[in-house]
Design a protein around this ligand. Sequence first.
Ligand SMILES: [Zn+2]
Length: 220
Amino acid sequence: MRLTRSSRHRSRIAAAAVSIAALVGFCLLVSPSLAHQLDPNPANDRELLGAKLDPVRYDGADGCVRREPKGMKALIRFMKRNTRKNVVYGTIRCDGSGVHETGRALDWMLDARIKADKRLAMTVINTWMADDKRGRANALARRMGVQMIIYRCRYWQAGDNGWNPYSDCSNPTAGHIDHVHIELTKPASKLETSFWRSSVGAEYTGKAGDGDGSSGGIGA
Ligand SMILES: [Zn+2]
């Protein structure tokens, strides 16, 4: 089809509009600053901004416990207060399932195939992954001692620069599509990382009897 000068001009404007729309869409997908996060991100609290970031570490499984560590109770309290209470929070499972045995792993039953669940899960994950105002990557994850996250056939381990494909994506549970798997380091399980020691974290480390700490054999 031959284009007149004005229709060529119009098509150029249309092409430019499409490019701008694509660019905006791309930025929304990749820019952590525009992704959903808890507001404010606790990592930007003044006390924490001034505190040294906790070292990167990963603590593997080392036997079965009977009770959830203090840090896991505090993490569940944090999740319930900042997101939704009526979600299943599964922790200890002594069946050879790795870090779950230590009470330092949490299965947060938010199904990525359900839009509202996925959005909620990603809001918290993005908050953990975000830079703080001083540009320190994964600031809240480091401060809370989150050492591993698995969701939607991908995983992130402390120190990784972004997500990696997860080895088993054979079904929604194995691939962590129907739940988020979150692990804490040993110091975090004892409330010994900077977030839990700060006055922001102290809100979650008391002995509030709000039904925290359900355990169950769900997830992976
Ligand atoms: Zn799990």
